[in-house]
Design a protein around this ligand. Structure first.
Ligand code: SAM
Length: 347
């Protein structure tokens, strides 16, 4: 997919079960590999400059012409490229979502070169024991050359979620933000852009923070965005903040670790300070695809981190135990399957 079965296929194959509909999933898996391979060779970047023939592309990208033509043909059928005779161009889907700095192509590359290689080495053992021997973040720390790929993948998703998040988080008048597991720093940068005078501190593992510093400098915000390298659950995360983000970190921790995370967050905030948690939640999502994606992502968190997607009620309880009140939930409509939870400390 986005190969979309037509009405006949949906009725005959999927609803009446007259042919094996599982083939669509084989096609979807092959599409991810094909998109990632095309991205590795620079096909999407080259076509972002304008349409080209396979011949021309093969010369520019040092690829075998007939083989590249076969790959582009398939990507055309899968909806990623348009073709006119022997000329290929980005499809509307690719123009809008896949290319860019970063684009969803980078998210596919992350799955292809970080998630699935880790899965191949660990999933069998995880299914027996319930957790990987080391988390994917520890593995990335041992393979620092892969961290930029992971960060670009996270950034591609953050780029899509940033506006819906800022539409739903009240950053007005805030002075000091701590972005827990903020990695690439895009959310801190976005919050600083819309909030004059706000200073942000991104806390993450030391090796993950190079990207945050580079992004802050590119955005002209190096003076207002600070970093602390360390373990969220054990090391100093600073203090005197009035806002904390915990975006896409809860799913990687055990319930005991999340209790500890929120206790430490409450300690780092001034009275009256707020925390915003963003994650996927079990059963959440306005459409069946988002709910299925959350189940799949939850299983993937188990393989990568020993984690899971939690129920909202669990996160709510941990926040209340840590002293937060007024706990509220917003399911982001423009980012289906993603939920924000806010809590505030008494003044
Ligand atoms: C999935 S990424 C999310 C990045 C960013 N918050 C976002 O939403 O795009 C999770 C981040 O949390 C960091 N992280 C996870 N566990 C951590 C820990 N115990 N200490 C410090 N950072 C941690 C990872 O290094 C990674 O950068």
């Amino acid at each position: 997919m986005p190969h979309v079965p037509n009405l006949f296929e949906r009725l005959y194959i999927l609803r009446a079960n007259r042919a094996p509909g599982a083939i669509y999933d084989l096609l979807g898996g092959g599409t991810v590999k094909s998109v990632a391979l095309a991205a590795e060779f620079g096909v999407f970047d080259a076509l972002a400059d304008g349409p080209a023939t396979a011949d021309d592309l093969a010369t520019r990208l040092a690829a075998h012409e007939e083989t590249l033509d076969m790959l582009c043909r398939f990507l055309g059928r899968a909806g990623y490229l348009d073709s006119d005779g022997d000329t290929y161009a980005l499809s509307d889907l690719s123009e809008r979502w896949m290319v860019g700095d970063p684009g969803l192509v980078d998210w596919f590359t992350f799955w292809d070169s970080v998630v699935y290689p880790f899965w191949d080495d660990n999933a069998t053992a995880v299914l027996r024991t319930g957790e990987p021997e080391q988390s994917v973040y520890e593995w990335l720390d041992d393979h620092p050359d892969r961290w930029p790929t992971a960060q670009r993948g996270f950034e591609a998703v953050a780029k899509l979620a940033l506006d819906p998040v800022l539409d739903n988080v009240d950053v007005r008048g805030k002075r000091r933000l701590v972005d827990l597991g903020g990695g690439h720093g895009r959310y801190s940068i976005g919050a600083c852009r819309v909030t004059p005078g706000l200073e942000a501190t991104v806390v993450d593992s030391p090796v993950a923070l190079d990207v945050a510093r580079a992004n802050a400098a590119d955005a002209g915000l190096a003076e207002r965005i600070h970093t602390i390298g360390g373990d969220l659950l054990a090391d100093d995360i600073g203090s005197g903040y009035d806002l904390a983000f915990a975006f896409n970190v809860v799913h990687g921790f055990t319930p005991a670790e999340n209790r500890r995370l929120f206790e430490r967050t409450a300690d780092a905030l001034d009275p009256g300070g707020s925390v915003v948690v963003m994650d996927q939640f079990e059963g959440a999502g306005p459409i069946a695809t988002a709910r299925a994606m959350n189940d799949f992502i939850g299983f993937t968190y188990r393989v990568l981190l020993g984690g899971r997607v939690y129920r909202f009620e669990q996160v709510e309880a941990w926040l209340r135990e840590a002293g937060f009140t007024d706990v509220e939930r917003v399911d982001l409509r423009r980012a289906p399957g993603v939920t924000l939870v806010t809590g505030t400390l008494p003044k």
